[in-house]
Design a binder for this molecule. Structure first.
Ligand code: ATP
Ligand code: MG
Length: 250
């Protein structure tokens, strides 16, 4: 069953037609990579899934985006609870100016959780799931800014996990990181797929082929080809996909 279903989506920034007739389904507990040259609409499409584009003036969308059985652009939808279900991790790690503990506990505190025991348990479990616990367990009171970039990004993933989302959107989550941190994030994404649905934008073709179940190739606002990652990388249906994947353009 698809947990995300985009049905004929068009999106405009003012007069600019950024997404054209996008239809695609994303299965639960899978990793989907969005690839394509700069400006093709990957981030725009990703941001539609938790209504982050609502924050940009003078934009317009048509079509339907169904997430977990709900049309998320329906007027009745509560955007805060949507963003609890659909978490996001950005390109640059963006920890809050707080301790490691408080970064991860933040979402629960905002939701009114005060029980110290509950907070400690969620922080520990989230840091474990984000493969950061062993590195920080003795320094939870330290400022998040004292962590390395790669650790900060795993902290941001832990913060996203703490509010128990079903879906995690990641926009080039490893592009600002060194190779070792990148491979840690990749391993992490690979294990998280057992419990979460992950949609990730990446410019790194090896990364897409290593970690994703399905790959979607965008070009100039259109979804050109979408399929099993293995098949896309071994034998794409279209020449344009082949050219992009092998680095002949983009
Ligand atoms: N806030 C905005 N206002 C106007 N146009 C925008 C805005 N954000 C993006 N665009 C335009 O929409 C198109 C798609 O942008 P988007 O950021 O989705 O591309 P992308 O595939 O994520 O690119 P990149 O790989 O460089 O991140 C681009 O032509 C971009 O200039
Ligand atoms: Mg982008």
């Amino acid at each position: 069953m698809d947990i995300i279903s985009a049905e004929n989506i068009d999106f405009y920034y003012g007069d600019f037609h950024a997404l054209k007739g996008i239809s695609m389904g994303i299965e639960e507990n899978s990793v989907t990579a969005l690839i394509g040259p700069s400006g093709c609409g990957k981030s725009t499409f990703l941001r539609l899934m938790n209504r982050m584009n609502d924050l940009i003036d003078n934009t317009r969308m048509t079509g339907n985006l169904i997430i977990d059985g709900q049309n998320i652009y329906d007027k009745k939808v509560d955007v805060d609870s949507l963003r609890t279900k659909v978490g996001m991790v950005f390109q640059k790690p963006n920890p809050f100016p707080k301790s490691i503990f408080e970064n991860v506990a933040y979402g629960l505190r905002v939701a009114g959780e005060k029980d110290r025991y509950v907070l400690e348990e969620v922080v520990e479990n989230s840091l474990k799931s984000a493969a950061l616990w062993d590195e920080v367990k003795d320094q939870l009171k330290k400022s998040a800014f004292e962590l390395s970039g790669g650790q900060q990004q795993r902290l941001c993933i832990a913060r996203a996990l703490a509010i128990k989302p079903k879906i995690i959107l990641m926009d080039e989550p490893a592009s600002a990181l060194d190779p070792l941190s990148t491979s840690k994030i990749e391993d992490l994404i690979f294990t998280l797929r057992n419990d979460y649905t992950i949609v990730i934008v990446t410019h790194n073709m090896q990364q897409a082929s290593r970690i994703s179940d399905k790959t979607a190739f965008f070009y100039l606002g259109e979804l050109i080809e979408y399929g099993e990652t293995r098949q896309m990388f071994l034998k794409p249906r279209l020449e344009a996909t082949q050219n992009y994947i092998t680095g002949r353009f983009g």
